[in-house]
Design a binder for this molecule. Sequence first.
Ligand SMILES: Nc1ncnc2c1ncn2[C@@H]1O[C@H](COP(=O)(O)OP(=O)(O)OP(=O)(O)O)[C@@H](O)[C@H]1O
Length: 267
Amino acid sequence: MTTKISFQGVGRTFPVRDGRERLTALASIDLDVADGELLTVVGPSGCGKSTLLDLLAGLLTPTSGRVLLDGEEVTGPGSDRGVVFQQYALLPWRTAQGNVEFGLEATGVPRKERAELAREYLDLVGLAAFADRYPHELSGGMKQRVAIARSLAHDPEVLLMDEPFAALDAQTRESLQDELRRIWRRTGKTVVFITHGIDEAVYLGQRVAVLTSRPGRVKSVVDIDLDRESTGDVRSTPEFAHYRHKVWTLLHDEVVRARTFKEGSPA
Ligand SMILES: Nc1ncnc2c1ncn2[C@@H]1O[C@H](COP(=O)(O)OP(=O)(O)OP(=O)(O)O)[C@@H](O)[C@H]1O
């Protein structure tokens, strides 16, 4: 298996209290993601999940260690990585089609090709019939589908997703999880998906990386071997419950540790 992404001893600190102190968000993260893998990341609140993704996106630089993409150090954002955040960040004055085309304009894709690509990706996320709708005419789930189509239209090799379904209702979230798995299987992209939801992490991920409480380190990486493509409700199988419990236990220990630490230390 080829390694696509490699975190090598990655740490990140932030200046706090007017620069008088530094807060360690992440410490010595070692993690490899295989080419074409769908990896989910969970961890207690504030453990550095978004920081991890921002480092991979090139929006932040590490204070120690290196982040490699195809063996090359990440030094800034690039079209080889598409990012989808929790907030859809669509332009309200543009239709779904216009929003997907928007990013392609900046990269100089000719008008006709832009329109074709936008249609293709809106079709991929099941929104072909809604291409001419404005964001305010779309549901939350639809808006997030547009955001996914917009990221995919650049044909990035890696899709980085930071709690993209967190703002959606449970039913929409589950249907977008299926949609994402379908898109992932069809496109073969490498996906790193941050979530607060244990069920979501287990349902989506081929592996689930569990981070420790801050400073975030990789506590454990759990291999998930589930048959999601069977017709039944995989979430109610004993196998799903087994993985769910495994991740829950790892995470619960960290949440308790974080609380004990906080109570014992006002800093
Ligand atoms: N720019 C910044 N300046 C100072 N501190 C920061 C900055 N960005 C993040 N932090 C701190 O770093 C830690 C990790 O933040 P981060 O947002 O990565 O965590 P998270 O695991 O994604 O949190 P959550 O689960 O609550 O979304 C937090 O304590 C946060 O307050």
